[in-house]
Each structure stands twice: as C-alpha cells, then as structure tokens.
Design a protein around this ligand. Structure first.
Ligand SMILES: Cc1cc2nc3c(=O)[nH]c(=O)nc-3n(C[C@H](O)[C@H](O)[C@H](O)COP(=O)(O)OP(=O)(O)OC[C@H]3O[C@@H](n4cnc5c(N)ncnc54)[C@H](O)[C@@H]3O)c2cc1C
Length: 298
C-alpha cells in the first residue's frame, strides 16, 4: 500500500497518511489506513463522501473503535473518523449530539441536567455515531429506548433524517448497521426528568459493577461474541474451558471470558485465531455457534 495510489483533493479536514489504526481502536490492533481523515464539519464529510464515491475509494467509518477488529493488513482506502464533530445541545428534555460525542460524556451531562435514560451508558467507550448504529446497551438499557431521530449523510453526501421507527432496532442491530445507508452525523434523544443525585448514584453503582466484573485495565473490544438467544456468550466460553486461552499476546480474559484482552503487542491475526479456536470449542461442547459482535474489517 502506498499513498500515491489515490489523492485527496478538496476541503475534507485533517488528513493523516498511512495512519496505524491500532491508535484508533480500543483493542490497540489493526494495520494502517492509507488515509485517515478527520473532518471538523458535516459539509466536509459530505464532500469526502462524494469524492470517495466518484473515485471509488473504499471508505471505513470509525467511531471510537471500541467494537472494531481491523486486520493487520490495514485499510486500503479512507478511514473517516468523526471525533471532531463534538456539538452537544440540551434543551429541556430534548438533546442533540453530534456523532463524535463520547457516550460517557453524553451520559454525564444529561444526568447532571436531571435527565434519565442513559445511566447505563457511562462505562461504554463508544461515540454517539457508533452507539446509535450498534444499538449499544447494558444493564437492561439500550440506545433504541432513547433515540428519537438520526441524521445521516448518504454515500452521495445528501442529508437524510431517520426516525427511531425507521431504524428498526433489535439486539445490537439496526437498519443503519444492516443496510449501511451512510454516515451518522448526529442524533436526537428524548429523556425524562429525574433527580440528578439519584441518577448519578445509579450510574456509579453500574460503573463499580463493571470495574469488578470486566478487565478494564487491558485493551479489548468489550464483548467479542453476541449473546445467543436466552444465553450468555461469556458463560458458554467459560464452561467450555476456554478462560485463559492465549494466541500470542491475545488472551481470553480470566476475569470475563467474552473479553479477549491484548496483553501488549498483540496482533489482529492472533485475535482472529483465538476467536476461531473459541468458536470451535464452544460449538463442540455446547453445539452453539457463537456470532462475532465485534465488526471485522480490512
Ligand atoms: C471496555 C468495553 C466495554 C464495552 N461495553 C459495552 C456494553 O456494555 N454494551 C455495548 O453495547 N457495547 C459495549 N462495548 C462495545 C462498543 O463500545 C459498542 O459496540 C459501541 O457501540 C461501538 O461504538 P464506537 O463509536 O466505538 O464504534 P466503532 O467501534 O468505531 O464502530 C462500530 C461500527 O459502527 C460503524 N460506525 C461508527 N461510527 C459511525 C458513524 N458515525 N456513522 C456510520 N457508521 C459508524 C463502524 O463503521 C463500525 O461498523 C464495549 C467496548 C469496550 C472496549
């Protein structure tokens, strides 16, 4: 891969050539993107989408990289990261957040304003864009319950507004994820008034639970596999005897078996090999095929 195979001519924001995506994923894995682009405004995103469409440059959208496994070979085209789209507006019970706002920031600010609905979200290292697409959720809460509408730019750079109903939410799924109609630029939420002190107490309890039950001191992508209907992927992996299994520097966490941690210097190939071994063992022991929750790209 070299940068000479395509150029980026236009006002798209900051461009970094041959940027290692291991710097942009929470698992700290992944080879370089030929170009990482960091727009500051939606019109720059729209211009980039049109340009990539016209020049047939493959495009990867990055949120906070907390559910992404980028292969070691990297991404041959443009990786678009929306971390500079940071506007957040609270007006009564209505909230508007741009795609790059981090979910824990959104949760903290809405709770401080006495708005309930995102207490479960404080420990999820996602962006609004990634969380809305994945229908992120925890402790019985999920994005589907609070999203009112989502503004996207389709691949031609045109704005579309999708209502919550049109997003067709399911467990860790949405029409945005299934159909990939474009790039999430912002989302609006409707929350309900509540006592900020009680909300923050509840959020603290949930964070403390996470710290006790999840290996948060090491890089990971959160849950590697989806929970099968009525079951827990972590419990299936543990009871199949896979806790502590290792491929290179990637390990099935002894703390939580559905978290595979990077012990330092791990590679995406090691993570993929470990996923395959664990899938095979769980299928052999329990007769269940685990489906990856992590999005594999590259
Ligand atoms: C320690 C840890 C704990 C976690 N706990 C939870 C949990 O409790 N519950 C849970 O649901 N998840 C959890 N996760 C997983 C992860 O945080 C979620 O899946 C989250 O929704 C991913 O958001 P992101 O912004 O990081 O998206 P990324 O990982 O960057 O991207 C995920 C997918 O969304 C797409 N995407 C991202 N942004 C946009 C956009 N603006 N427009 C269009 N497409 C976009 C990407 O192309 C990719 O396909 C955890 C992860 C970690 C590391």
């Amino acid at each position: 891969m070299d940068r000479s195979s395509f150029r980026l001519e236009g006002d798209f924001g900051e461009i970094r050539w041959q940027e290692p995506l291991s710097r942009h994923t929470t698992w700290k894995l992944g080879g370089p993107a030929r170009a990482l682009v960091l727009p500051e405004r939606p019109d720059q995103v729209a211009a980039l989408l049109r340009y990539c469409q016209e020049k047939q440059i493959p495009l990867l959208v990055l949120g906070n990289g907390s559910n992404l496994l980028v292969r070691d070979s990297g991404w041959p085209g443009v990786a678009l990261k929306l971390s500079k789209l940071q506007q957040l507006e609270l007006s009564g019970e209505k909230i508007r957040a741009q795609a790059g706002v981090l979910l824990p920031v959104l949760a903290r600010k809405t709770m401080a304003a006495g708005l309930a609905g995102l207490e479960w979200a404080g420990g999820i290292p996602a962006t609004v864009g990634g969380a809305v697409l994945m229908n992120a959720g925890a402790h019985g809460g999920q994005m589907a319950e609070v999203v009112e509408k989502v503004t996207i730019l389709n691949w031609q750079g045109e704005e579309e507004v999708w209502s919550s109903q049109e997003l067709d939410y399911g467990y860790r799924s949405s029409r945005l994820k299934a159909a990939r109609p474009g790039v999430v630029i912002e989302a609006s939420f409707r929350l309900t008034p509540a006592d900020p002190v009680q909300l923050q107490q509840r959020a603290q309890e949930l964070l403390a639970w996470r710290q006790q039950h999840q290996p948060l001191n090491l890089p990971s992508c959160g849950s590697v596999f989806k929970n099968p209907p009525g079951g827990s992927a972590g419990r299936l992996i543990e009871s199949a005897g896979c806790k502590g299994w290792q491929e290179g520097q990637i390990q099935v966490s002894p703390v939580h078996a559905n978290f595979f941690v990077n012990l330092g210097g791990g590679t995406a190939s090691e993570a993929l090999r470990l996923m395959e071994r664990v899938q095979a063992r769980v299928a052999q022991v329990h007769g269940i095929k685990l489906e990856p929750e992590v999005q594999i790209v590259g």
